[in-house]
Ligand binder design. Structure first.
Ligand SMILES: [Zn+2]
Length: 197
């Protein structure tokens, strides 16, 4: 049985099948031993709720003063909503309208509020940065940024701000001609290929 917190959380991700171990071709064309299937987090609310319980514990420990949890659609909606529910805070989400990140005008209470951002999986921090830009327009003060999984291994700052993660995992990506998994003869999987338009 796993003892430490990271192992417990890692096992919850595996249980949800959001974190797959194998031999995958990433969208970049590189190969990796790990793949995150974000949609699986939403497919299994009972497991997600357990994961969010750990995140909420971290947020509470930071003793921040804020009223809103804000997350980017769509993956972040379930995650941010559950987080806000457990923290008894308000929730708002950002969404893309013609590629540009926006916030619905109906979220009027957000104006000049204090907020935290909660994202599902952080890779480069690009979408979190867009959420920050959106919130700046509403004069929202962002007091913390959190994600469930940091694939950068804790190296990313978003507009100079640190991101706290439940699980920090540096995912090695290999060029196909120097991939140790290929050399072991493991079959290559192209995840989500049927979803590509
Ligand atoms: Zn390979």
């Amino acid at each position: 049985m796993p003892q430490n917190r990271s192992d417990v959380i890692l096992n919850l991700f595996k249980e949800s099948q959001a974190l797959l171990k194998g031999h995958f071709q990433l969208t970049s064309g590189k190969h990796s031993e790990w793949y995150f299937e974000k949609i699986k987090l939403i497919e299994r609310p009972v497991v997600l709720e357990k994961i969010i319980t750990w995140l909420v514990e971290d947020i509470k420990n930071d003793c921040l003063d804020f009223d809103y949890v804000v997350s980017p659609a769509y993956g972040g909606i379930a995650i941010g909503f559950l987080t806000a529910l457990k923290l008894k805070k308000f929730f708002a989400f950002t969404q893309r309208a013609e590629e540009k990140m926006t916030i619905r005008s109906g979220f009027s209470g957000l104006n000049k509020a204090k907020a935290i951002i909660v994202e599902d999986i952080l890779t480069t921090g690009g979408s979190v940065s867009e959420v920050l830009d959106c919130l700046n327009l509403r004069e929202v003060e962002v007091v913390g940024i959190y994600c469930l999984v940091d694939r950068s291994g804790g190296e990313v700052l978003v507009q100079g701000k640190p991101v706290k993660s439940l699980l920090s995992l540096k995912v090695e990506a290999y060029e196909p001609d120097s991939c140790p998994l290929c050399q072991q003869g493991l079959p290559l999987v192209k995840p989500g290929a049927s979803d590509k338009r």
